[in-house]
Design a protein around this ligand. Structure first.
Ligand code: GTP
Ligand code: MG
Length: 154
């Protein structure tokens, strides 16, 4: 099992798409391990997106990301980091494939509804940035035996 960090961005909250997004994750078989609503302080936004500091879109990105609450989620499952990136789709909603969250629900390159960790290293860094250990809940979902074949888990 792997845990990834997802954030339903301000546009998702403002458009009332949090349930739609969480529903897609749940229907896929992924398990919520942590979840909270946060109005992001500027410093935390800058830490989260530190890799983009100095780029032309950085100031706009931080202004957008701090403009309204976000929903931060820790999502657990076999291969969840890559699986969630696939579910999310390409960065720009106009280019993202149908069937993906961005491809189905958005039209923007910046207001693109959701963030997902892009590697195991990013997931580890971002999970510790957004969650205290006590906020991450380790439990065995009762559906696990139906979602996965034994060979998925070995
Ligand atoms: P995240 O999951 O949010 O990290 O998106 P990503 O991994 O698909 O894209 P990337 O990390 O390259 O960029 C981070 C975020 O910055 C994007 O999700 C966009 O919200 C924003 N962004 C990236 N490139 C552009 C751009 O060219 N213009 C604008 N306006 N925003 C951009
Ligand atoms: Mg990224």
């Amino acid at each position: 099992f792997e845990t990834t960090l997802l954030i339903a961005k301000p546009d998702a909250v403002q458009r009332g798409l949090v349930g739609e997004i969480v529903g897609r994750l749940e229907r896929k078989g992924l398990q919520l391990a942590g979840m909270k609503l946060v109005h992001v302080p500027r410093k935390l936004a800058e830490q989260h997106y530190a890799e983009h500091a100095g780029k032309g879109f950085f100031d706009g990105l931080i202004a957008f990301f701090t403009s309204a609450p976000v929903v931060v989620m820790a999502v657990r499952g076999v291969g969840s980091i890559a699986v969630c990136r696939t579910l999310i789709g390409a960065t720009n909603g106009r280019l993202a494939a149908p069937g993906t969250i961005r491809g189905d629900l958005g039209l923007s390159g910046g207001h693109n509804l959701i963030h997902g960790s892009d590697s195991p290293e990013s997931a580890e860094r971002e999970l510790s940035l957004w969650f205290d250990d006590a906020e991450l809940i380790d439990y065995t979902s009762s559906s696990q035996g139906d979602v996965y074949d034994p060979s998925d888990l070995s």
